[in-house]
Design a protein around this ligand. Structure first.
Ligand SMILES: [Zn+2]
Length: 366
């Protein structure tokens, strides 16, 4: 979308707020309000320039969405097979670890360590540049404005910059979520090629690599070892459940024909969904089957399964791991899904290391 007069005006407001929010002559209360308006405006501009795929989905009907998702499963055998191979894995039993609090200094120090481990010089330099502008670009401490309540990253074409908002959660869990968001931001800063619904399914790969590698790194630190192992087991089980639910959704969509999706009533849908659940070993609410698959679960599952391969590469040889991570980052987003998948398969073989990774979770790490 082009920069219209309206957008120019908003940008002027934004520039003004940006100056005012750091103006020491204003009372703190006033500045807090300005910070809040500033971030709301930043998010608004992001949405205005790059409407999110979720919004596009929201505006089309549930039925069109179901048709698209049915078509996705029909045309993507390799992804379907990947889901089956992960879905066949077993759950891991683990005990919960109490959440610990971190100081801001602690959090920042550990964050830099993690990023230093994951990134090469080039990516790390980008992270440091973002980090030095963290007041505006990484909302690490947040809390006062409503945008800090969710974890989100976006790119503003006009400014040529990436922005991340992460929860003000001074815990190891908050830390790895922040690393996830930084994965998005670094991807955008390195290779931003617009938003395409077609490749939305692949949009959580890089961020999942960063998140999973942060748990890998933390597991080597005696202080964070138990937390990291706990998190790894939690992710494994959680994604396993989501995968099984996804497979059930695919089965449900498979039993419908396109005519039915277009003309059936919700009651009829409910009937087919209930029958699908009855015949399956995985139980869930029938409403779950009617929810969008790709944007809500599938992109995260795929991100997780692919991230596992990169973690295993780092485990064997960090340099090769970094090389593959950078190759993933360099895939454009504005190509079609099939082209994206071809690039992806040239870089790694997803699903190859599932069992090895499971053993890594189970084994204490030095
Ligand atoms: Zn994400």
């Amino acid at each position: 979308m082009e920069s219209t007069g309206y957008l120019k005006q908003i940008k002027k407001d934004l520039d003004l707020l940006n100056i005012l929010k750091d103006d020491p002559s204003l009372p703190q209360e006033e500045r807090d309000k300005i910070v809040s308006s500033y971030y709301t405006l930043v998010a608004f501009i992001a949405e205005y320039i790059n409407p999110s795929p979720e919004l596009t989905l929201e505006s089309c009907s549930r039925r069109e969405m179901l048709c698209e998702e049915k078509a996705f499963f029909e045309n993507n055998d390799s992804i379907f097979d990947l889901l089956i191979s992960f879905g066949d894995q077993e759950q891991i039993s683990y005990t919960d670890v109490k959440s610990t609090k971190l100081t801001v200094d602690d959090m920042e120090k550990t964050l830099v360590e993690i990023m230093n481990f994951i990134c090469d010089e080039e990516l790390f330099a980008k992270f440091i540049r973002l980090y030095n502008f963290k007041k505006t670009q990484i909302n690490l401490l947040g809390g006062k404005n409503k945008n800090a309540n969710k974890n989100v990253s976006f790119y503003i074409t006009t400014f040529n910059e990436a922005y991340s908002f992460a929860n003000k959660d001074l815990t190891p869990k908050g830390l790895i979520i922040l690393v996830h968001e930084l994965g998005h931001a670094l991807k955008m800063l390195t290779n931003y090629s617009g938003v395409s619904y077609d490749t939305e399914i692949y949009s959580e790969i890089i961020s999942n690599v960063f998140e999973l590698l942060s748990t890998y790194y933390l597991a080597k630190n005696p202080r964070f070892h138990d937390f990291a192992k706990n998190r790894q087991a939690f992710y494994w089980n959680d994604y396993l459940s989501l995968t099984r639910k996804c497979l059930l959704q695919a089965k449900f969509l498979d039993t419908l024909d396109y005519e039915e999706i277009s003309f059936a009533t919700l009651r009829e849908f409910r009937h087919v969904a209930s029958t699908t659940i009855q015949d399956s070993s995985y139980k869930c609410n029938y409403q779950e089957l009617l929810k969008p698959v790709i944007t809500s679960n599938l992109k995260y599952i795929l991100g997780y399964i692919i991230a596992i391969e990169i973690v295993m590469l780092y485990d064997q040889n960090r340099n090769i791991g970094i090389e593959k991570l950078k190759a993933l980052i360099s895939i454009k987003d504005n190509i079609n899904a099939e082209e994206y998948l071809n690039h992806l398969l040239n870089i790694i073989m997803p699903g190859k290391s599932l069992t090895i990774y499971k053993n890594l979770i189970l084994n204490p790490q030095k």
